[in-house]
Write a protein that binds this ligand. Structure first.
Ligand SMILES: *[C@@H]1O[C@H](CO)[C@@H](O)[C@H](O)[C@H]1NC(C)=O
Ligand SMILES: *[C@@H]1O[C@H](CO)[C@@H](O)[C@H](O)[C@H]1NC(C)=O
Ligand SMILES: *[C@@H]1O[C@H](CO)[C@@H](O)[C@H](O)[C@H]1NC(C)=O
Ligand SMILES: *[C@@H]1O[C@H](CO)[C@@H](O)[C@H](O)[C@H]1NC(C)=O
Ligand SMILES: *[C@@H]1O[C@H](CO)[C@@H](O)[C@H](O)[C@H]1NC(C)=O
Ligand SMILES: *[C@@H]1O[C@H](CO)[C@@H](O)[C@H](O)[C@H]1NC(C)=O
Ligand SMILES: *[C@@H]1O[C@H](CO)[C@@H](O)[C@H](O)[C@H]1NC(C)=O
Length: 425
């Protein structure tokens, strides 16, 4: 008893000494992966320079802006190659999970992205990558795919100079190049043999998540397609609030253990962009009032790419101008009290404490009412509070701050997305 206690104390102290929260040491089990915010004490990607709250918000907004612009241009472009992994981005890999790659396993902290299909990791010798790389020479099961392999047809810009299936693509503000490869990976305790991913040899720019990307989109080269037998294209996550950095959320893969009581809305498919998770947002309520939004601001249109997507990589929800203005004006009217100021791209900020109305996203068949914690950001000093939404050029994006502390279930076989409140931080 006593020795257990001492062991526990020692464990706590040694964890603290490493700057780690005790929670970081716990292992992933079954088909459940812990999800960490990039600024979590468990993450090695915390900015080295401590930013002020305002600087941090402005930087996040700028990265978000780039991601949203890119997502919008993607869906609008008529010439987008219909296949897989192409021109995706993560401007801000907000949430990371542990993935074990190779034999023996090497652990990488990969960014989770629902709007991307591809998985890729920086490999030994990669020019422009961070210092943590996958050392493929140490894995006895690693294999570089050749041009004759069927999967080579699914990568963007394949080049077959040597025998390897080499590819390159743009990713946000970056370009990445590598060879299509295969190895066994393990997610929590689930082995996934012969997983096809990109082994990066070169990157430029700074949009590349330092230890790689785990795409959770639904295109042909995605994790969902490659683990079809195991996970049946079903997963859910609960994202921890970025205000409670000591907590981890969870990524639950496969149909087992998913919530039974959950509200659903149908998933829509845009043939031009098969990997994106489109849904039908039909109206928005501020408090009890349904605001007046022109129907075409929310309508799904596969030929222009307009509509609404659920995205794990964007931080703050974006609505196209007429929808955003309607929501914002009603929000301001309800808050009434004080003078409105702005902070970067946020135009509805207050320098006095406010009581905010809820905002309800009304999807077909499902209303999601967001409480204050999903709507407002507060400066650490308490000086300023902002409505954490902004306007977008062409596409409505339901972003991760508005999903925090909800279980979001992607049920691709039944073509639906579920939402339920769940306190995961
Ligand atoms: C790893 O992959 C190889 C083929 O690349 C396969 O034969 C082997 O069974 C796998 N090992 C494990 C432990 O899954
Ligand atoms: C990308 O691939 C194309 C061929 O598909 C090649 O012409 C181009 O030089 C490559 N770009 C980079 C940066 O490697
Ligand atoms: C990737 O491909 C290039 C050229 O095809 C080759 O020089 C390089 O050795 C390959 N790297 C790996 C890890 O297979
Ligand atoms: C993995 O690939 C190896 C050889 O490439 C093959 O022998 C094995 O059957 C494959 N395993 C699975 C589960 O596809
Ligand atoms: C996080 O955990 C550390 C160590 O366990 C503790 O010192 C710190 O106060 C915690 N922070 C929050 C916001 O709970
Ligand atoms: C609001 O702004 C007006 C004009 O700038 C100013 O006179 C007034 O004191 C402000 N009110 C508060 C509560 O800050
Ligand atoms: C959503 O809320 C509206 C009232 O604002 C109600 O009429 C509608 O039935 C609700 N939809 C669902 C699916 O509960």
């Amino acid at each position: 008893m006593k020795s257990h206690f001492i062991a526990l104390v020692f464990f706590l102290i040694s964890s603290l000494a490493q700057g780690l929260n005790p929670k970081c040491a716990t292992q992933d089990h079954g088909s459940n992966l812990q999800v960490f915010h990039v600024y979590s004490p468990c993450s090695p990607f915390k900015p080295s320079k401590q930013l002020s709250w305002e600087e941090d918000v402005l930087q996040t907004l700028a990265k978000d802006q780039a991601r949203v612009k890119y997502l919008s241009s993607l869906v609008a472009k008529k010439s987008v190659v219909p296949i897989a992994s192409g021109r995706q981005i993560v401007q801000s890999p907000t949430y990371i999970v542990r993935v074990n790659i190779g034999t023996p396993p090497q652990t990488m902290l990969m960014a989770m992205d629902t709007s991307s299909d591809a998985a890729w990791v920086p490999c030994t010798g990669c020019i422009g990558c961070s210092s943590t790389v996958f050392d493929y020479a140490k894995s006895t099961t690693f294999k570089t795919l050749g041009c004759q392999d069927a999967q080579c047809k699914q990568v963007p810009n394949p080049t077959c100079g040597g025998s390897a299936c080499a590819f390159n693509m743009t990713y946000g503000g970056s370009t990445i190049a590598g060879n299509l490869s295969r190895d066994n990976i393990t997610l929590a305790t689930d082995p996934i043999p012969n997983y096809t991913f990109g082994c990066l040899q070169k990157t430029t720019g700074n949009s590349v998540p330092p230890q790689g990307l785990l795409g959770l989109g639904r295109g042909p080269l995605s994790l969902l397609s490659q683990s079809q037998n195991l996970y049946q294209s079903t997963f859910s996550y609960c994202l921890p609030s970025f205000r409670s950095l000591n907590f981890s959320g969870s990524l639950r893969l496969g149909p087992t253990g998913q919530p039974l009581r959950i509200k659903y809305t149908p998933l829509l498919k845009n043939p031009r962009k098969p990997s994106l998770y489109y849904v039908n947002l039909v109206a928005i309520r501020v408090g009890r009032k349904i605001v007046d939004i022109p129907p075409n601001a929310l309508a799904f249109n596969p030929s222009t790419g307009a509509g609404t997507i659920i995205d794990s990589g964007t931080v703050f929800t974006r609505l196209v101008q007429p929808a955003y203005v309607a929501v914002r004006d009603e929000f301001r009217r309800r808050v009434r009290a004080a003078n409105v100021t702005s902070l970067g791209g946020f135009d509805t900020c207050y320098s006095v404490p406010i009581v905010a109305p809820t905002i309800t996203l009304m999807f077909s068949g499902m209303n999601v009412t967001l409480p204050q914690e999903n709507l407002l950001i507060h400066s650490t000093a308490g000086g300023i509070t902002c409505l954490a939404m902004a306007s977008a050029p062409a596409l409505n994006v339901i972003a991760n701050m508005q999903q925090q502390n909800h279980r979001v279930l992607f049920d691709v076989p039944n073509s639906r997305v579920g939402f339920a409140r769940e306190q995961c931080s």
